[in-house]
Design a protein around this ligand. Structure first.
Ligand SMILES: NC(=O)c1ccc[n+]([C@@H]2O[C@H](COP(=O)([O-])OP(=O)(O)OC[C@H]3O[C@@H](n4cnc5c(N)ncnc54)[C@H](O)[C@@H]3O)[C@@H](O)[C@H]2O)c1
Length: 250
């Protein structure tokens, strides 16, 4: 079988890095892209040392031209793009809606929603030309419910689900699948960071109320994503799949 090519945006850290590692382990050619070049090159080095076929490309997904260039570069260097995990995202600071600093609100939406849209648009052109492709867009459990203090985050993640469903309807008959995933609380720099939209004690109490009663690991999301992108999941399209240890069941 020809070696498939997978792109992971925000692949230098957390869930993205875990997914990149999981795909590398099963022999795919992995393109990591991230705004953080230092972390991106470190991630590339770390995977290269395991024998993986991996390449880092610096990209700020909130810039449309950088996303277009990213996909063009992949297509000209590798000649194909089979899978894309549009994962790069931030939580934005915690603030009540009326007091939310507008530039931060805009930045959160620029990265979490426009970043997915810009990448997806370029990916769909490549997928259409080659007649197949799978995109997985990063939403969240907060793409299905609100969160006090995180209006920009929740709005952006809800919008990612609408974008995903519309894209699936537009492209599903051309051999292309577009799905979203909605992780619960996963232990990464994003949930443990000081800027997190939900303060840690509140997060701990929310996690305690979920069915599993614990945080998830990035690897648990990565395993679900690898399966969702595989041919085993060929009939899943336009879905927004909860991977949350039963958080939304509560
Ligand atoms: N950790 C969780 O509990 C959780 C839950 C639900 C959804 N998510 C989503 O998963 C995704 C990954 O989160 P994570 O927890 O792995 O966080 P993380 O902070 O570990 O990783 C996010 C990566 O995105 C990169 N990034 C940020 N802005 C970027 C930009 N403009 N362009 C390109 N790259 C950029 C960062 O440099 C970082 O490497 C995010 O979209 C997040 O909203 C996370």
């Amino acid at each position: 079988m020809e070696q498939r090519v997978v792109l992971v945006t925000g692949g230098a850290s957390g869930i993205g890095y875990a997914a990149a590692s999981a795909w590398a382990r099963i022999g795919l050619r992995v393109i990591i892209s991230d705004i953080n070049s230092e972390a991106g090159f470190a991630a590339e080095q770390s995977l290269l040392s395991t024998g993986a076929n991996v390449h880092f490309i610096a990209t700020d997904v909130s810039r449309s031209s950088e996303c277009t260039n990213l996909i063009s570069e992949i297509m000209s260097s590798h000649g194909r793009l089979d899978i894309a995990l549009n994962n790069a995202g931030i939580t934005g600071p915690a603030a009540k809606l009326a007091d939310y600093p507008i530039e931060e609100w805009r930045r959160t939406v620029d990265i979490n929603l426009f970043g997915v849209y810009y990448c997806l648009a370029a990916e769909l052109k490549a997928f259409t030309a080659q007649g197949h492709g799978v995109a997985i867009n990063m939403s969240s459990v907060y793409g299905k419910r609100g969160v006090p203090g995180g209006s920009a985050y929740s709005a952006s993640k809800h919008a990612v689900i609408g974008l995903t469903k519309s894209a699936a309807l537009e492209y599903g008959k051309r051999g292309i699948r577009v799905n979203a995933i909605c992780p619960g609380f996963i232990e990464t720099p994003l949930t443990k960071g000081t800027e997190s939209a939900v303060p840690t004690p509140i997060m701990d109490s929310l996690v305690a109320r979920s069915a599993n009663g614990r945080y998830g690991s990035p690897e648990e999301i990565a395993q679900a994503v690898v399966w969702l992108a595989s041919d085993e999941a060929a009939y899943i399209n336009g879905a927004a799949i909860e991977i949350d240890g039963g958080f939304l069941a509560a």
